[in-house]
Design a protein around this ligand. Structure first.
Ligand SMILES: [Fe+2]
Ligand SMILES: [Fe+2]
Length: 263
């Protein structure tokens, strides 16, 4: 039984991660958990890995982590993601690569809850629709019997979905939410990185009390101007000509050809 800080989709944004960790420090958490996508999009992948290691965070792999270390290709990536991940591959330090190679795809904690990145069986699945949650609730029952709470990432939005037999209900997350032991839940703590969000540049995370099964969403401001400036200067942002070039390459010879630009 513990109070967990749950975060994910950091995407190499060390300003947002630092703000999130400072916010979590105010709650006195027992353990830090990360649902993947530590790297990608922004200029500080090594620093983000280092910060999580320093906190002894329990992490799982996201698709960006796997692509960044060459264990997954660019086939299901947007041009924007592919461009930043090619840059990430060129800069990622050997210690970060070794760490990311050792991170598991899933973690079960307290025999009570699961960490996954996308879907339970597909790291790149976007779980957004009721049918996705019904499908993944079935996978959860089969692959992780007895587990009824699944923290996930990838969709970058703070949301809680409750599955009861064949019914999926989204719960309002604007205050503490108590989870029932007899239902299945999919909880996304949001995205630490907000560089691709237009509405608000807030780093998001969640608190989870495994004793009372209570989830609480939090969000905190960070220096997004500094993040954006660094990313642009270091070549992590794609221009429209490169974007078009990738489109042409994908049409002509498929995404595998585009992949050859990375080491
Ligand atoms: Fe992500
Ligand atoms: Fe992802």
């Amino acid at each position: 039984m513990a109070i967990y800080g749950v975060l994910g989709d950091i995407h190499g944004n060390c300003e947002a991660l630092a703000a999130s960790l400072a916010g979590l420090d105010g709650f006195g958490i027992d353990r830090l958990l990360c649902v993947g996508d530590i790297i990608g999009y922004n200029a500080d992948p090594d620093e983000c890995v280092r910060m999580l290691r320093e906190r002894d965070a329990l992490c799982i792999s996201g698709n960006h982590d796997l692509i960044g270390i060459g264990q997954l290709g660019f086939e299901r990536c947007s041009n924007k993601a592919m461009h930043s991940l090619k840059r990430t591959r060129r800069t990622l330090g050997i210690e970060s690569v070794a760490y990311l190679r050792a991170v598991p795809s899933h973690r079960v904690l307290e025999e009570k809850f699961l960490l996954t990145h996308g879907g339970v069986r597909d790291v790149q699945q976007y779980m957004t629709r009721p049918r996705h949650f019904l499908e993944n609730a079935a996978y959860l029952r089969r692959d992780f019997p007895g587990i009824n709470i699944c923290f996930f990432g990838h969709t970058h939005e703070q949301r809680i979905f409750e599955v009861d037999e064949e019914r999926v209900v989204e719960l309002a997350g604007d205050g503490p939410v108590s989870l029932r032991p007899d239902r299945i839940y999919f909880v996304n703590p949001g995205s630490v990185d907000a560089s691709r969000k237009r509405a608000s540049k807030l780093a998001e995370y969640a608190l989870f009390d495994s004793d009372t099964l209570t989830v609480q969403f939090e969000a905190v401001a960070y220096d997004d101007v500094a993040t954006e400036h660094k990313a642009a200067m270091a070549g992590y942002r794609i221009d429209r000509w490169r974007d078009r070039l990738y489109d042409v390459q994908r049409r002509l010879v498929g995404p595998r050809h585009v992949e050859t630009g990375a080491p």
